[in-house]
Design a protein around this ligand. Structure first.
Ligand code: FES
Length: 161
């Protein structure tokens, strides 16, 4: 997971100001805030609106339209299970059901907040290029192959605390 800095309105203003002169600055600002903090709180909306001289509704509308902008603090760990066909054929569906039960949340590309386990986001990924060794997953960006329920549990025990 990237190293984000803690949300700070003062730091956010600096990030916004650095992008404000760009053509169509709103999207570059939103991306810059997401890269810097890992999420964009509602508190950012009036800051952006004020600097760009836009309405809060306009900024809020764009922020909420793009689901990839996380609007709550990121979890410490991201578990991405491969949900593509080759991994499904190798037991990926059973593994996914097990992971959902274990972590207490549904696999969701746009959850952007923890469900049952506050430190983990359980998300899908569609093929890691390791199809022959599925089912596969990325845990905090590192690939793990040939996962079983037991191997998944062991991985979670050593990764997610
Ligand atoms: S289908 Fe899962 S790695 Fe290719």
């Amino acid at each position: 997971m990237p190293d984000y800095i803690a949300w700070s309105p003062e730091q956010a203003v600096a990030v916004i100001a650095a992008e404000a002169d760009k053509e169509g600055a709103l999207m570059p600002i939103l991306h810059a805030l997401a890269r810097t903090f890992g999420w964009i709180p509602d508190e950012a909306v009036p800051l952006i609106a004020g600097i760009l001289n836009l309405s809060r509704a306009d900024v809020h509308g764009v922020l909420t339209f793009y689901h990839d902008f996380r609007r709550s603090p990121p979890p410490r760990h991201v578990v991405k299970l491969c949900r593509a066909e080759a991994c499904q054929a190798r037991g990926g569906d059973a593994l996914a059901a097990h992971a959902e039960r274990t972590l207490g949340q549904k696999i969701d590309a746009h959850a952007h907040s923890a469900g049952g386990h506050e430190n983990v986001s359980l998300e899908p990924v569609y093929c890691l290029g390791l199809c022959a060794s599925g089912p596969n997953a990325l845990v905090d960006g590192r690939p793990h192959a040939r996962l079983t329920a037991d191997r998944f549990d062991a991985l979670m025990a050593e990764t997610v605390r």
